[in-house]
Structures are given as structure tokens and as C-alpha cells.
Design a protein around this ligand. Structure first.
Ligand code: ADP
Ligand code: MG
Length: 473
């Protein structure tokens, strides 16, 4: 009991003297306020089926109406409106339309929506407003006010680029990531920045060495949260959160939301609302045509080469492989044939990784061979094809890979090679194809059936070996 008392005392001391946080900046426009219940429901339905829920346990709060136009949320923020006009966006994406009024009220949010539907700006815009509307000034704050955690360096860099593109009022952001220039990052961080976008590992490093003050953070984002949590970043995130004040606002986003993560997410958020666009079942983007080819392992290479030969001059493809070695192997294969490619995987030097992505973005190469390092979040708008040379290690990753094409309303094509080794995924893959109205190859259905039979056989054998076990159905 005395330990507990001490702990509570220590906790309250640790957070004593911090300035109050202002969180609610939402002024509902007259038009949004005047929407009838039917109009709200229709809008949600027509915008890819937006569903919302309040996860607060006791009494449920009212879910705000979605905003149909940028002016409905940002009319009091001319700088934001100017930025939006500059890039020429027509209207908020579904996730933005529902997430903005929630986040701007200071409510924690879990935002789930298809890849390529503008989740980054869904959390960045309210973040900018939050930052610039605090009762104390930036200089009094003594450190960054907003932190975005992302699972890969490339994604962190991309978020940072989006951030500097739209930020205003001299908001400074920095990307802190492993492999990057550590000293430069330390200099920047200590000079005073407003937004830190980081991979958990490098941030831990700066935090442990007292190069960064995290107590000033009042707005926290976990982008691609499920990936970070289920790929083992949890201990690092926990360490980071020890130094982030508990009364902050927290936003989590992702395109998939597996069960295991739902449970974990609870400990990071306070009374959040959840918004999901589409369904919470795995759903691949509807703008991508998905082809699945069941093929023997030894024929995969030949098939891939004939696929590459059939590419048109403006096509751009990511070839996903399972192992770093395979990536190198395929890349050098192409090199020997005089086909320019780049490769992206965790064993390459950071500067090579950045160069690879840059070459691919700018179209210096039209083929990128990559591991799942590239499956999440990356926004290269003109990728026309995703070629899954190896099937990913879980079905969520399949959805994310497919989402690298068909972005922001364009169309794309995904080709996936499936061998008998991948049979455990056959049934889930068939479900995804069915939901997206795609052709399901007969071989895939047969494979799913064989897997089911074999699982049942295994169960039965277990029962025979351990007859005291209750028979399974
Ligand atoms: P996600 O994180 O959901 O996968 P991103 O945030 O990377 O998607 O956004 C994908 C692309 O859509 C980006 O290039 C972004 O600039 C663009 N975008 C964001 N908001 C809008 C909008 N309201 N209208 C059109 N394009 C948008
Ligand atoms: Mg994203």
C-alpha cells in the first residue's frame, strides 16, 4: 500500500506544474448543424459506408455530424483553406469528413479507412489547429507539441513531407528515424521543433539520452497503429508514453484492425470514438482489380518475367517478396538483363533506401522490388501494378500491399502468385476476392478446401492420441 501511495505521489509530482491543455476548437457550421438525421445517415452511407461508435463506457456522447465541405470545418482558419485551395482538393474524403469534427472537439479517435483515402491529413489538420491554439506560446512550451509515431522510416519521411507541405504559421516539423543523421536530428530537436514524426526505436534512443523533452506533447498520433503494435514495437511505445502526459489527445489510424490490436489500443486512448469507413472485415480497395494465380514455386520467376515484358511504358510496379535475399536476388536478375530496377528492404543502408524510393517516385525506374517494409502507407500516386511474387505472412499485409495501387480514386491492378505452401491463406483470400467482386480461381477454392480437410484430420488425430479430450466438431 505504501508503495502504491508513493507511486501515486510520484506520478502527480511528475505532471505537476504543466500548463493546461486546450482541446476543443470545434465550431459547427450552421449547415452542418442543420443536417437532419436522414441527411446524416445518407451522407455516411454514400461515403463508403461510414460507421461510428462511442467507446466511452457509461453514458454515450453524441457523434457529431460529418462535414460535407472543407469550409464547414476550416472557415475560421484561412491558412488551412488557402493550402487546400492551392492543391485543388474538391471535398473531404469520407474519413476526413467524419474524423475532423470529432478530433477538433478534443475527443480521442480510432480512425480506420482504406489505404489511400487521406488519413494523414485527417489527423494533421486538426493537429495544426491544436498546436497553434494552445493557451501558452511555443517558446513557453519547452519542446514539441505534437508527436506522430509511424512503423517504418519511409512512412515517417512521407508524413513529414505531407506535414511541411500543409503546415503554416511557421510550424516546424522534423523526422526522427533510425539510419538518418543522428547528430543533425539531435541538433534540430534541441533547437526547438513543434512536430516530431518518428519511428519508435530512434525516438527511444533520443529520449533515453535526454535529447528530447516529451512532456510538452499534447497531441499524439499512432499512424498504422496495428502494424506498430503487432510487429513488436509495443515495448518501445510504452517507454515513450511514460514521458508523455496522460491528459494528451490521442489519435490512432490504420486500414486494418485485427482483434489483438483492438484490445491493446484501449490502453493508449481515453474514452475514444471509433470511425470506420467500409467494413471492419478485411477489405481491399475497390479500385484495384485483383488477379490470383495458383502456380508451382519453380514457375514463379518465369511468370514474373513475362509479366514485366507485358508492361506498358507508363506502367509502374512494386514486386513484393518475402525475404530481403529474394529482393536482392530478383533485383540483380533484372540488372543482368539490363532492366532498370530499385530494391527496398531492411538490410540496405538508409541513404540507399531513400534513393530507391526517390528513383521509383520520380520514374527513373518503373520497377521496385520490395519486402513488406513498403507495404504500409507509402503513397506513390502512379503505381499501376502490385505484383505479389511471394504471398505475405499474413492476410492484413495482403490488403495493405494491394492498397499501394489504386490510390486517391485511380484504378490499379494486383497480381498475386499463390503456391501450395500458401494454402493456409486460401480461404481468407477467397473471402476478400469475393467481397470485392473479383474472380476467384477454382484452384484457390480447392486449395482452401484441402486445407480445411487437413486441419480436420489433424484435430482428429489429436483426439485419437488423447482420447480424454472432448471431441471437436
Ligand atoms: P492513407 O494514409 O489513408 O493511406 P494518405 O494520407 O497517404 O492516405 O493520402 C493519399 C493521397 O490522397 C495523398 O496524396 C493526399 O495528398 C491525397 N488526399 C488527401 N486528402 C485528400 C482530399 N480531400 N481530396 C483529394 N486527395 C486527398
Ligand atoms: Mg497513411
Amino acid at each position: 500500500a505504501s508503495l502504491r501511495e508513493n507511486r501515486a505521489k510520484y506520478e502527480s509530482m511528475k505532471w505537476a506544474g504543466l500548463p493546461p491543455i486546450e482541446k476543443n476548437f470545434y465550431k459547427e457550421s450552421a449547415r452542418t448543424a442543420s443536417m437532419s438525421q436522414e441527411e446524416v445517415e445518407l451522407w455516411r452511407k454514400e461515403n463508403n459506408n461510414i460507421t461510428c461508435d462511442d467507446l466511452k463506457e457509461d453514458e454515450k456522447r453524441c457523434i457529431p455530424n460529418p462535414v460535407c465541405k472543407f469550409e464547414d470545418v476550416f472557415e475560421h482558419y484561412p491558412d488551412i483553406m488557402a493550402n487546400i485551395r492551392k492543391v485543388g482538393f474538391q471535398k473531404p474524403t469520407p474519413i476526413q469528413s467524419q474524423a475532423w469534427p470529432i478530433i477538433l472537439q478534443g475527443i480521442d479517435l480510432i480512425g480506420i479507412a482504406q489505404t489511400g483515402t487521406g488519413k494523414t491529413l485527417a489527423y494533421l489538420m486538426p493537429g495544426f489547429i491544436h498546436l497553434t491554439s494552445q493557451p501558452i506560446s511555443k517558446d513557453q512550451r519547452g519542446g514539441p507539441g505534437m508527436l506522430v509515431l509511424a512503423p517504418t522510416r519511409e512512412l515517417a519521411l512521407q508524413v513529414e513531407a505531407e506535414c511541411s507541405k500543409y503546415a503554416y504559421k511557421g510550424i516546424k516539423s522534423i523526422c526522427v528515424y533510425g539510419g538518418g543523421d543522428r547528430k543533425g536530428q539531435i541538433d534540430m530537436v534541441t533547437k526547438g521543433v513543434d512536430i516530431v514524426i518518428a519511428t519508435p526505436g530512434r525516438l527511444n534512443d533520443l529520449q533515453m539520452n535526454n535529447f528530447i523533452n516529451l512532456k510538452s506533447i499534447t497531441y499524439l498520433v499512432l499512424d498504422e497503429a496495428d502494424r506498430m503494435l503487432d510487429m513488436g514495437f509495443e515495448p518501445q511505445i510504452m517507454k515513450i508514453l511514460i514521458d508523455v502526459r496522460p491528459d494528451r489527445q490521442t489519435v490512432m489510424t490504420s486500414a486494418t484492425w485485427p482483434d489483438g490490436v483492438r484490445r491493446l489500443a484501449k490502453s493508449y486512448l481515453k474514452n475514444p470514438m471509433i470511425v470506420y469507413v467500409g467494413t471492419l472485415d478485411l477489405a481491399a480497395v475497390s479500385t484495384v482489380q485483383q488477379k490470383v494465380i495458383v502456380i508451382p514455386e519453380e514457375e514463379k520467376r518465369a511468370f514474373m518475367h513475362s509479366f514485366i515484358k507485358s508492361m506498358k511504358p507508363n506502367d509502374k510496379v512494386i514486386i513484393f517478396v518475402g525475404k530481403k535475399l529474394t529482393a536482392d536476388d530478383l533485383a540483380s536478375d533484372f540488372g543482368i538483363q539490363g532492366i532498370p530496377v530499385q530494391s527496398l528492404h531492411g538490410n540496405r543502408e538508409q541513404c540507399d533506401r531513400e534513393q530507391a524510393l526517390d528513383d521509383f517516385k520520380k520514374g527513373k525506374v518503373r520497377i521496385l522490388v520490395a519486402t513488406d517494409l513498403a507495404s504500409r502507407g507509402l503513397d506513390v500516386h502512379d503505381i499501376t501494378h502490385v505484383f505479389n511474387f511471394d504471398f505475405p505472412r499474413n492476410i492484413e499485409e495482403y490488403v495493405h500491399r494491394v492498397g499501394r495501387t489504386g490510390r486517391a480514386g485511380r484504378s490499379g491492378e494486383a497480381v498475386t502468385l499463390v503456391t501450395s505452401n500458401d494454402w493456409r491463406f486460401a480461404s481468407e483470400l477467397a473471402d476478400i476476392l469475393e467481397r470485392a467482386n473479383q474472380v476467384i480461381p477454382d484452384e484457390l477454392i480447392a486449395m482452401a478446401e484441402r486445407y480445411k480437410q487437413s486441419q480436420m484430420r489433424k484435430e482428429n488425430e489429436k483426439d485419437i492420441q488423447r482420447p480424454w479430450r472432448k471431441p471437436s466438431k
